[in-house]
Design a protein. Structure first.
Lengths: 295, 299, 384
């Protein structure tokens, strides 16, 4: 029984990482209409930046996270402005931006390999809190609690930002129809920059936390998050961060239990079948709205 | 002559892989030219590849029979996929096809009887460059005929605007269904070609890497004309070998930068019939104006 | 009267010291520079190991040339191409080497599927191809495809027997790669030894090569209350699993495989590795032979790092080719070189203290059982 509950929490923590990453990925897709293959590399780079902040400058844990998060956000802005901005005026649509993003994926992935010396690195054991905490009868590590709490804070924060603030309204407007939004006085340039930054930063947070929790800062770190984060976004519904959060946690828990009680061989199969099932039977996801005009 | 032979010996295999990738690019182009962004070519290729490997390895069929069956297999798979996917709105279809690629690998891994599972599968026969070239020429010829047929016209109409197309009596569903079948057949052939070229296929052979390569090839070469994917496949396959010769340390980075630059400056790809058309129109206009000016001078 | 041949041998003995001791009667190949095509994996999923293989090979080329080992006036040069562990790119690299007439032999491959794709290409083109990293048994095909990889087998069995005797566990729980046949084999061999000794299997936790998060797996394994946990997985997961087990409060014994031997693994995982035994064919710190010590020193001087078991295999691959080349005379051809290499029954010199070749496959029966110490050094493991 304790095993069951402990595994539930483990799944929740893993799923929270998928969700965190997925929120960033989904923001870009629903607001800017870009299916971004390079998104995973933002997470890898955030982890790498956080790692070197600790190793070279000995910064404390929260500062390392902030470094990684900002790093992810700034790389996302750079990619957007260098690669996607020139395409916006030409209306090349989903396809052109996607191919460009593949180019950036190749570039950033390869550079991340050089930055880590092709090795798998890990944050020094004493640089982050990782003691086991006993809650009732189960044991949870501090880093898991950090991950779980991060997702809750980020989800609530971004949800409020999008639903309650003026800039959030502008983001929704651009996502719905950027031309009409521009005509009615929305400064789409600022919306684009903010969205790119938020997306990179959120996925970057997933990257740093994931790199710490798994003792694995590697250039391919983001790729793994990308596949699962993508599934979380689709299942949860693209235009609702709450959906992504819940779907991500769900996927994490399902994965852990499939691996434990059925077979590891089927674990990814279950996730992707769920993903395909949702796309075919309920494309708007668990919580998305039906009127999703411009993806 | 000797220099040429040396060059051919060194880069012959690059040409072979370009031809194989040309099948995948053409398969992607088949659906793209009807307005469908889909990665399912990878799935069709996996069906074709493992089918061919089994037919040759276990049943001792000839390579030609294996190619034929791969085409049929790819076509059947595409019929199923098209039935499921064509109900979806275009962006969701792109995502669903990506999900299908991920599932393909899981299936390949878990069907060791047919695919060798993690061990992969040895293909005991190989295809000659000439045979491959002939096959590619035949397939290209079919694309050429399709391009200039009634179907080609409807496909372009559906791609430009499916709603308008349906008001003039074109069924977008039918057009895109045919596009999928063509894509499946060519994808299956490509999968078999890959199997006979590498002579060893594993779950990694048909995965996301291939999906991205073939789409990048297609768009880079130009997705508005059948010749574009072939050019794109050649360039995209030769790029790493070239970059390795020029900037060996950062060949991948250079490849990525090349891709981004082409997309930013030539978003419609290298082969663009519209650009040719525009140039021709501009030339005509110029001549007409010149003639008009001449007439004015005479009159 | 001194024949010309012996005179030549005497001269080279003066010039190169010990080098000429290895066969004054044999003629040398025609002097000149010969290229070895090295298909490296400097990028891609296993690049961390790929760099060690490459460094070992580069060092071997230096040594062979400095010693004049391959013959008088014979120098080797490495032609390197990066494959990123991709099968198609590897095949293209090999065909480019085949086209270059100065390339006399090639070496490649860490991943077994890639090696599988290379075999027919090398055999058709009749070029000697030495596999330096792929661990699937049965890959070599004489005379052209050979492997100097020390295959798993005897070492694993020896360590498992030691563990069974010294620790006397009642139940053992295993971690194993569901998608790697090599580790499946090692796991099954270990499990057989344990079960023969009457030790129960507490549980088997399957993981996949691309997995990174092992908290759930660790929780599952600890939940089986084992007296020993054996980790039979590839490198990245192995480190993650051991770290996760210790993080989750498991203090019992863990064993692993040679994947945790390289130094970067210590930098990454650190203290959690202390006292975790693993079988390894070569470890610089506990190697005893002069060849091994000289190799380790030279490697340290050149790369400022301790050579790991991958570096030693890269080194061996080149030495093997050089040894084959040395036994030829006149203008060497690829076919003759392949035949000569296939005829070699012992690679000399080697860093293993004996390296027999059987059917084109290195066959090391010796096994070292080692573990990391608190100071971050590798020491022989005695079963404490």
């Amino acid at each position: 029984m304790y095993l069951f509950v402990e595994q539930l929490v483990n799944g929740w923590a893993i799923g929270s990482l998928y969700a965190l990453f997925g929120i960033g990925f989904g923001l870009v897709f629903s607001t800017l209409g870009i299916l971004n293959a390079a998104h995973g590399t933002y997470a890898s780079w955030a982890a790498i930046i956080g790692y070197y902040a600790v190793v070279w400058y000995g910064v404390p844990f929260p500062v390392a996270i902030v470094c990684g998060v900002f790093g992810g956000g700034i790389i996302a802005i750079l990619v957007d402005q260098l690669g996607f901005q020139p395409l916006r005026s030409r209306r090349v649509g989903l396809l052109g931006a996607f191919i460009t993003s593949i180019g950036f994926w190749i570039i950033l992935d390869s550079l991340a390999g050089f930055a880590t010396g092709q090795q798998s690195l890990a944050f020094p054991a004493r640089s982050y809190p990782n003691a086991l905490v006993e809650i009732g009868l189960i044991k949870v590590s501090q880093i898991q609690l950090t991950i779980i709490a991060s997702l809750i804070v980020v989800t609530v924060g971004i949800h409020l930002l999008i639903q309650r603030s003026r800039i959030g309204a502008a983001m929704r407007a651009v996502g719905w129809n950027d031309l009409a939004a521009g005509l009615s006085g929305v400064n789409s340039r600022i919306v684009i920059l903010l969205t790119a930054f938020l997306a990179g930063a959120t996925s970057g947070l997933a990257g740093v936390l994931g790199g710490i929790a798994t003792n694995n800062v590697h250039f391919s770190l983001g790729e793994g998050l990308m596949l699962k984060g993508f599934a979380a976004v689709v299942v949860g519904g693209f235009n609702d961060v709450r959906g992504t959060a819940i779907a991500g946690i769900m996927l994490g828990i399902i994965e852990v239990f499939v691996a434990q009680y059925i077979s590891t061989a089927f674990r990814d199969g279950v996730t992707y079948t769920l993903l395909l099932g949702f796309l075919i039977l309920r494309p708007r996801g668990l919580f998305g709205s039906a009127s999703f005009v411009r993806a | 002559m000797e220099a040429f032979l040396d060059f051919w010996a060194a880069y012959g295999s690059t040409v072979t892989f370009s031809m194989v990738n040309a099948f995948f690019a053409l398969s992607t182009y088949a659906v793209l030219s009807a307005g469908v962004l889909s990665f399912t070519t990878v799935t069709f290729a996996a069906v074709g590849g493992f089918l061919a490997a089994n037919m040759v390895g276990n049943f001792g069929l000839s390579i030609y029979a294996a190619f034929f069956l791969s085409a049929v297999g790819g076509g059947l798979a595409s019929a199923i996929v098209a039935t499921l996917f064509l109900r979806l709105e275009s962006h969701w279809m792109a995502l669903a096809s990506l999900a299908l690629v991920l599932i393909t690998r899981v299936v390949v891994l878990n069907a060791p009887g047919l695919t060798g599972g993690v061990y992969g599968k040895v293909v005991p026969m190989s295809i000659s460059q000439l045979d491959l070239l002939i096959l590619l020429v035949v397939v290209t010829f079919i694309f050429y005929r399709l391009h200039n047929s009634w179907y080609g016209l409807t496909a372009r109409a559906v791609r430009e605007d499916a709603a308008v197309a349906s008001t003039i009596g074109i069924s977008p569903f039918r057009t895109q269904f045919i596009a999928f079948i063509v894509s499946g057949i060519v994808g299956g052939l490509g999968g078999a070609a890959m199997a006979f070229t590498l002579q060893f296929i594993s779950p990694e052979t048909y995965f996301v890497g291939m999906a991205f390569t073939m789409l990048a090839s297609t768009v880079l070469g130009g997705s508005f004309h059948w010749f574009g994917p072939i050019v794109g496949a050649l360039i995209f396959t030769a790029l790493p070998a070239t970059m390795q010769a020029v900037v060996p340390a950062i060949e991948d980075v250079a490849k990525g930068i090349a891709l981004v630059l082409i997309m930013v400056f030539l978003p419609r790809g290298l082969i663009d019939p519209r650009a040719v058309g525009l140039r021709r129109a501009a030339k005509l206009r110029e001549e007409r104006e010149k003639r008009a000016a001449g007439e004015n001078a005479n009159g | 009267m001194i024949s010309r041949l012996n005179f030549k041998a005497a001269a080279s003995a003066l010039a190169f010291g010990i080098a000429a001791m290895s066969g004054p009667a044999s003629a040398d190949p025609e002097p000149g520079e010969y290229k070895i095509g090295f298909i490296a994996e400097e990028t891609g999923p296993v690049a961390s190991a790929g760099l060690s293989f490459l460094h070992g090979a580069e060092l071997a080329i230096e040594h062979v040339n400095a010693e004049g080992f391959a013959g008088e006036g014979v120098t080797l040069r490495m032609e390197k191409k990066d494959s990123g562990s991709d099968a198609a790119r590897s095949v293209q690299a090999l065909t480019q080497f085949i086209a270059d007439r100065n390339v006399i032999a090639a070496a490649c491959c860490i991943l077994s599927p890639v090696a599988g794709a290379m075999e027919p290409v090398a055999t058709n083109a009749k070029i000697p191809l030495v596999l330096y990293g792929a661990t699937r048994p049965g890959l070599p095909k004489l005379p052209y495809v050979t492997s100097i990889v020390v295959l798993p087998g005897p070492q694993e069995v020896k360590m498992t027997q030691m563990l069974a005797e010294k620790l006397q566990p009642k139940t053992v729980t295993y971690f194993v790669n569901a998608d790697n046949d090599g580790f499946q084999g090692r796991f099954k061999a270990a499990q057989e030894v344990m079960e023969k000794a009457g030790i129960e299997t507490g549980g088997v936790v399957n993981i996949l090569s691309n997995d990174t998060d092992f908290t759930a797996g660790a929780t599952q394994a600890i939940g089986t209350n084992p007296d020993l946990i054996m980790v039979w997985t590839t490198q990245t997961p192995a480190g993650g699993i051991i770290a996760a087990l210790r993080n989750r409060g498991y203090t019992g014994p863990i064993s692993a495989s040679d994947v945790i031997a390289p130094a970067p693994m210590w930098d990454r995982i650190g203290e959690a590795l202390v006292g975790v035994p693993f079988p390894v064919s070569f470890a610089a710190e506990i190697a005893e032979t002069d060849e091994a010590k000289a190799f380790a020193e030279a490697y340290q001087a050149k790369y400022n790092a301790v050579p790991d078991n991958y570096a030693s295999q890269g080194y061996t691959a080149i030495r093997y080719i050089a040894q084959g080349l040395k036994s030829l005379d006149g203008k060497p051809t690829r076919e003759a070189l392949a035949q000569a290499m296939a005829a070699i029954t012992d690679i000399e010199p080697n860093v293993y203290g004996g390296l027999p070749m059987r059917d084109g496959q290195a066959d090391v029966q010796k096994a070292l059982i080692a573990a990391w110490t608190k100071e971050g050094k590798i020491a022989a493991w005695e079963g404490n």
